[in-house]
Design a protein around this ligand. Structure first.
Ligand code: CUA
Length: 137
């Protein structure tokens, strides 16, 4: 790691700390968890014949997120092989909550893991994981 890279990292961490601090003072955290723990960002995903919405999900390396995945029609599945995510998404309005933290930057395919009809093989999305330093302005 060169000097510039390292400096950038510190700046990013400092910015995140500032953001967390100001957010914590204004909002009441759902669930009333202690102010120290950062609430994971909830990303809503709809699985339907034969696509995921949004088709592209963007997260940052190390960012704690929760995917709230629900089906708009029948049974589907969501699978991200690279990160060993695989869940069945049942029919119904209740979302399946999947806690997730990407460990590596890149673009990774999201596929449907339950057979759901003729277009099953075309039901794909992309997980875009951005490197941390790309986030700083
Ligand atoms: Cu949706 Cu297979």
């Amino acid at each position: 790691m060169n000097q510039r890279h390292f400096g950038h990292l510190i700046l990013t961490v400092a910015l995140l700390a500032t953001a967390a601090h100001s957010a914590g003072s204004g909002q009441d955290a759902p669930g009333g968890s202690p102010a120290q723990s950062q609430e994971p960002r909830v990303i809503e995903v709809i699985a339907k014949r034969f696509a995921f919405e949004p088709a592209e999900i963007e997260v940052t390396v190390g960012e704690k997120v929760t995917f709230a995945v629900r089906s708009a029609d029948g049974v589907h599945g969501i699978e991200i092989k690279k990160f060993k995510v695989k869940k069945e998404i049942p029919r119904g309005a209740e979302p399946v909550m999947i806690e997730f933290t990407a460990k590596e930057a890149g673009r990774f395919p999201i596929v449907c893991s339950e057979y759901c009809g003729d277009g099953h093989d075309d039901m794909k999305g992309t997980l875009v994981v951005k490197a941390r330093e790309a986030q700083a302005p």
